[in-house]
Ligand binder design. Sequence first.
Ligand code: ATP
Ligand code: MG
Length: 558
Amino acid sequence: MSDATPRTNFIRQIIDDDLAQGRHRAVRTRFPPEPNGYLHIGHAKSIVLNFGIAQDYGGICNLRFDDTNPHKENVEFVDSIRADVRWLGYDWGECQYFASDYFERLYGFGVELIEKGLAYVCDLDAEETRAYRGTLTEPGRDSPYRTRGVEENLDLFRRMRAGEFPDGARTLRARIDMASPNINLRDPVLYRIRHGVIHHQTGSEWCLYPTYDYTHPISDALEGITHSLCTLEFEDHRPLYDWCVQNVSVPCQPRQIEFSRLNLEYTVMSKRLLTQLVEEGIVNSWDDPRMPTLAGLRRRGFTPGSIRTFCERIGVTKSDNLVEMGLLESTIREDLDAAAPRAMAVLHPLKVVITNMPDDAPASIEVRNHPKLDDMGTRELPFGAELFIDRADFAEEPPKGFKRLIPGGEVRLRNAYVIRCDEVIKGGDGEPVELRCSVDPDTLGKKPEGRKVKGVVHWVSAAQGVPAQVRLYDRLFDVPQPGAGGGDFRDDLNAESLRTLTGCVVEPSLGSAEPGARFQFEREGYFVVDPDSAPDAPVFNRTVTLKDTWGKQQTKRG
Ligand code: ATP
Ligand code: MG
C-alpha cells in the first residue's frame, strides 16, 4: 500500500498471537454480504480488512453470500457484489460460497441439536414468543413447548420442512436459557417457515429457512474460517455464535472478533435507507454518483486505490466514530492529482474573438498532459481567433481582488498569449455575449514587457471544441448526520447535490474519451467520463473539487 499509515491493528495483534501460540497454521477470513443491496463504502472497510489480512498472512478470504432472507435478495445484487469486490482489487479465487449451499447440512445440524435435547419445535406465534422472551430487566419464561420429547420434535421438524404447516405456525428454537441476562440466549429461533418465496439460489426447494444467527457461525465453521470479523452490533450475539459451533459437529471453531463500523458524514449507510433512496427515485439508481455505494463512487470517478487507502487510514478499532467526508475527498484528490491527465473544459462558455490574430500564430499549441509527469506526454491544443473562456473569468464590475479579465484589462490564456479586453458585446438582457480582445503577439510562452499580468484563464477553441454535458455533484445531504435527532433523513437532503450544466465546451481530445477516463479540468476540479456519453457528446461527472470548498460554502449558506 502506498500509504505510510501503519497497518497493524488490534485484530492483527490477535491473529499474530493465535499464530504464535500455534492455535492455527493458516489464516482464513471471509467477507459475508447479504445480497439485498449494493455494497457501500462501509462494506469496503470490511473487504479491505478481511481480504487484506488474508493477503498479508498468506491465507484465503472467502466471498460468502449470506442468503438466508430470500425475500429481499436477488441475483442482480449477487452480481453487483462480485463486480464491486473485484473492482476494489480483490480476488476470492475458487472460494465463493452461498450460505444456501449449506441448507441441507444446516437442517442436519438442526436434527442433531434436537437429538441432543438442545433444540425444540415451538408453537408460539411471533407475538407470544416476544412476550415470553422478557426484557432487559426481566427474565423470560419457558415456552410451554420447551419440554417436548425428542421424537415429537424430530417428527414436527421433518413435517415443517415437508411444508405441512403454514408460515408462523411453528419455529425451531435452541434450548439454552430463558433467564439468561443476554436476550440472544433466551431460546433463540433457529428456523422459521416461509412458504411461497423463490430463493435466488435454491428456488422453491425449501419452505423452512434458518436464521442468520444460526447460519452464520455454522457456515464459518464449515468453511474453516479462523477469524470471523464482524461489526460491533454482533458483540452480544457472540455467546450464541460460540454456542452454535460448540454444539454441532463442525470441523473447527472460528473466533468472532468485532470492530466498529464505518460511519461517514453527509451520507447514510443503512441498506434500508439506501434502498429507499433508489426506490423512491430520490437518486437515479444504485450507481448514482451521489450514492456511497461502490458502484456510485466508481461512477463518480473514485479509484479503487483511493478507497483502499481511505480504509487503511481510518483504521480498525472498537470505538464507534463518525469519519469526516473531507478525509474521503482528500484521499481521492491526492490520487487524482498524481495520476489524472490535465485538460481544458469551459463550463460556462463566453466567446472571445481575437481581433488582431498574428500571422505567425500557431494553429495549435503543444501542452503537457501533467505538470510533473513527463511520461504522460503532451498533446496539441487547437488555437484560433474564436475561443471560449469561462463566464466567471470575466467581470465588468470586478469584486475586490479579482485577477481575471475586466474591460480594458489583461489576462493570460493558459499556455498561450496575453489578451486585452477591448470591447464587450451584450445581449438583450444586458449580459455579455462576446468579448473583443487583442493579443500581445510577444507573449506566447514569454512574459509581457514592462508590466505584470497576474491572471491566467483556461480556454477552448470555439471552432474545434466539443459540446459536453457536465454534472456537478455535491454531497447528498446538507448535514453531517442525516436523520439524527429523530427526523426524517429525507428532510436533510441537499437540494443542490446535482447541478447539470449543458452547453459546456471541452477541448477536442476529450470528445472521444472512454467512459471511466478521469481528468483534471484545469482550475475546475477532477472529472470522469460518464457511461451516458456518446461519441462527440461526452458527459462528465465531477468527482471532487480541486480544493476543499465545502467549509466555505457552509459559511456562505449559514
Ligand atoms: P444491513 O444494513 O442490511 O444490516 P449490513 O450493512 O450489515 O446490512 P451485510 O451485507 O450483512 O450488510 O454486510 C456484510 C459485511 O459488511 C458484514 O460483515 C458487515 O459487518 C460489514 N459491514 C456492513 N456495513 C459496514 C460498515 N458501515 N462498516 C464496516 N463494516 C460493515
Ligand atoms: Mg448484516
